[in-house]
Design a protein. Structure first.
Ligand SMILES: Cc1ncc(C[n+]2csc(CCOP(=O)(O)OP(=O)(O)O)c2C)c(N)n1
Ligand SMILES: [Mg+2]
Length: 234
């Protein structure tokens, strides 16, 4: 069991380049106390987060494990903060998932729920792109524009910050903990050529490979499009 645990930790360590979704999750796990309750939406980010996020006590990572619906992480986090105001709550969500439920931010404002919302901004439905790639298909309907989540936070009564490096993430997360309103930490996920190869492993991959590929997708999605076109059947 210990060997398995050690190999899991090794398989999902922070990116050697110093930035990427894996680093985001590791840093926040380090900054946020053990009593923090995290929630996760559906998407590539959740697959990776689920491998990395260490839960010292039960029921401290909440997610939709049955229907796997997008848009659930924010209301899950809001509900938890409402019932336990002294517990730090962090919401992990993809950019599309957050766009689905932007109105929930107004609820955070109105109920004065100081939730930390970490959005992984990759301008992609990364998990669906992964499936298209696994089927050797080119991108179809999975790319979209980058939303200014910092402006969105301000417009809805919270505070937002773009985060592109580990040190800023640490500082912004600490600042968020002392706020009495919600904070959006908009983590831009940059492309990285070294991760591209992992994406190739998506076909017929084990769950560990899929999680790693999901991580690569989030790190490198922009660089991969458009994918080579498949010849169409007549
Ligand atoms: C309500 C709902 N619609 C569609 C899906 C299918 N789905 C699962 S993940 C995903 C993409 C999510 O994109 P994003 O929120 O940006 O997260 P990412 O995969 O990029 O991390 C989609 C469309 C779903 N699970 N729930
Ligand atoms: Mg996305």
């Amino acid at each position: 069991m210990e060997t398995a645990r050690a190999s899991l930790v090794g398989a999902f360590s922070a990116e050697p380049e110093g930035w990427g979704p894996s680093t985001v999750f590791h840093i926040l796990r380090d900054v946020l106390s053990d009593k923090t309750v995290a929630t996760a939406d559906s998407g590539a980010h959740r697959i990776l987060l689920s491998q990395i996020w260490h839960c010292p006590t039960p029921r401290t990572l909440l997610q939709s494990s049955g229907l796997c619906t997008m848009g659930c992480a924010l209301p899950l986090g809001a509900g938890h903060k409402r019932t336990e105001p002294d517990t730090p709550v962090v919401v992990f969500v993809g950019d599309a998932g957050l766009e689905m439920g932007l109105g929930e931010l107004a609820t955070l404002r109105d109920l004065k729920l100081a939730v930390i919302v970490v959005v992984l901004v990759d301008a992609s439905l990364a998990l669906i792109e992964l499936k298209q790639r696994a089927g050797q298909r080119s991108n179809a309907g999975v790319d979209f524009g980058e939303t200014d989540f910092v402006a969105v936070a301000k417009a809805l009564g919270g505070v937002g910050a773009w985060v592109d490096d580990a040190e800023s993430l640490r500082l912004e997360a600490e600042a968020a903990l002392s706020r009495d309103t919600f904070t959006i930490l908009a983590c831009r996920i940059m492309m990285g050529r070294s991760e591209l190869k992992s994406r190739e492993a998506a076909q017929g991959a084990s769950s560990t490979q899929i999680a790693r590929t999901a991580m690569a997708l989030m790190s490198a999605n922009c660089a991969l499009r458009p994918a080579p076109r498949r010849s169409r059947r007549k």
